[in-house]
Design a protein around this ligand. Structure first.
Ligand SMILES: Cc1cc2nc3c(=O)[nH]c(=O)nc-3n(C[C@H](O)[C@H](O)[C@H](O)COP(=O)(O)OP(=O)(O)OC[C@H]3O[C@@H](n4cnc5c(N)ncnc54)[C@H](O)[C@@H]3O)c2cc1C
Length: 230
């Protein structure tokens, strides 16, 4: 497998347990918004059996830098321990070719509901940053970004996005009931005239996908980005 060397230029604590790692884009590395890649350390040995992790590239090509964002729970693997307590600016991450096809289909639908839970927001940040650059105001996008603790990543980014995209309705939600009722309301109103993107843990994706289908949304109109490993 081909790995590129990406130098870390900044780390950001996004929430009480979520961190972003920002890197220079290596020469020759290309990706599309919404894709993910395999990451390894160049400078550290990992004690876990699995030495690498897949992370979404949370930045868009338009950002001009590479970024991944990850949750580090109090109990965590050695890979996450290295990220939390050893990695520093100037270290090098190894990144493999980007993969994946998680995207909006603007030519097929007039509107999109995006449902993201916790760290599942990473591909959404990338996609919205990308589409904000060449915004299609006629395509309506509703984002329901849920976090039970009310801790949302990327701070000011959301205000910048709202200023750029008048077609974006953004809801940062910490109440599970509100989250569920907004999904219900939207699906009942739009049914199969909208596409539905879901990004979160496999459990969350399956539950919401089932719910949408029980409300009459066809499977073909639902796309999920599964973060296996959570
Ligand atoms: C397409 C794709 C995209 C992805 N994108 C992202 C992304 O953008 N960001 C991201 O963070 N992940 C992403 N993932 C998931 C990622 O690859 C990892 O699987 C995930 O971050 C878990 O990492 P980890 O194995 O180091 O476990 P950890 O995060 O350390 O732990 C996972 C769970 O196990 C528990 N645990 C771990 N070690 C212990 C222990 N010793 N004792 C008790 N409990 C423990 C933790 O508390 C936690 O609940 C993606 C996966 C895929 C397939």
């Amino acid at each position: 497998m081909n790995f590129f060397e990406a130098k870390i230029i900044k780390t950001v604590k996004e929430t009480s347990d979520t961190y972003s790692y920002i890197m220079e884009t290596p020469e020759g590395f290309a990706w599309k918004a919404g894709q993910h890649a395999m990451f390894k350390f160049k400078d550290y040995d990992v004690a876990d059996e699995k030495k690498e992790r897949i992370f979404t590239i949370a930045s868009a090509p338009e950002d001009g830098f590479l970024m991944f964002t990850t949750r580090i729970s109090p109990e965590h693997t050695d890979f996450k321990e290295i990220l939390l307590n050893k990695v520093k600016v100037g270290d090098v991450m190894l990144i493999a070719d980007a993969l994946g096809k998680f995207d909006l289909e603007m030519d097929k639908y007039d509107e999109t509901l995006i449902i993201a839970g916790g760290v599942g927001i990473t591909p959404i940040r990338s996609l919205l940053k990308h589409y904000a650059q060449d915004n299609v105001p006629a395509h309506r996008i509703t984002l329901l970004y849920s976090d039970d603790r009310g801790e949302f990543a990327y701070g000011e980014f959301w205000n910048e996005l709202k200023a750029q995209m008048t077609n974006l309705q953004l809801h940062l939600i910490s109440d599970r009931d509100e989250f569920t009722s907004l999904i219900d309301k939207y699906a009942k109103e739009k049914l199969n005239t909208s596409e539905y993107l879901i990004a979160g843990s496999p459990g969350m994706n399956a539950a919401i996908s089932e719910k949408l289908q029980s409300l009459g949304v066809e499977k073909d109109n639902i796309k999920t980005d599964n973060f296996m490993g959570y």
